[in-house]
Ligand binder design. Sequence first.
Ligand code: ARG
Length: 279
Amino acid sequence: MKRFLAAMAVGALTAACAVPVMAEDDNVLVMATNAEFPPYEYREGDEIVGIDAEVAALIADKLGMELQIEDMAFDSVLAAVQTGKADIAMAGITVTEDRQKTVNFTDPYTTATQMIIVAEDSEIASPDDLTGKTVGVQLGTTGDIYADDIEDATVERYSKGFEAVQALIQGKIDAVVIDGEPAKVFVEQNEGIKLLDEAFTEEEYAIAIAKDNEELLEQVNTALNELKEEGEFQKVVDKYITSDDAEAETEAVTEEAPAEAGSEAQTEAAAEETEAVTE
Ligand code: ARG
């Protein structure tokens, strides 16, 4: 509640002084996305939820605008901002040199990876083992681009990442190359598949905006950086991603609290105990 009020207060303040760039669009910030990508954007009933959806709503709030989400194929989201159909594209979009030629990107908001999903009993144990295999990807993603470089591999392209995962479960393909966080969600939700430890690539996500809309780029960057500084960005991430590390950290903090006035050795002992319990 407190958080909500604080956000409202900040929102109201910013709204009072911001000059909305897309004024001709009735103060609506249109976001192009592909809601097939948990935990960044996915459907919950009729609603599109996820980290990108919530962060975009907070950004719109800071700009004194209302967010409108347009769901489309992933390989259309950048074209949507280029043609003015959307003001921003936010879809776990990796910044690449090629894409930078067609759109502007905000400051990055997440570091990400491409990971490999295989059948539980697969012989594939590292990216090198993908040579000559059949690899499934979501069309137009960086997974698609990188899979193309795997020696002698056959690349099967699907319109949704989950369709690639289904093909893997059905034994039609040998592996799926997809972003790490959705990969974890898909592996958690389905039997018989596992994630390889070794990441295939490292990348960064950012929001895409039309080249000729520098003013909006600046406004979105300001809003995004404020959200990071205020901790609001991290709150959204924590709502959707509970990493093992984060869990361990929370436990350690709880355990350590009573020992705070005590010696460092005590604190360390408490931390060690926590680790033992976690294991
Ligand atoms: N990060 C990858 C890319 O930029 C995949 C993003 C897919 N996003 C989505 N909403 N389906 O190509």
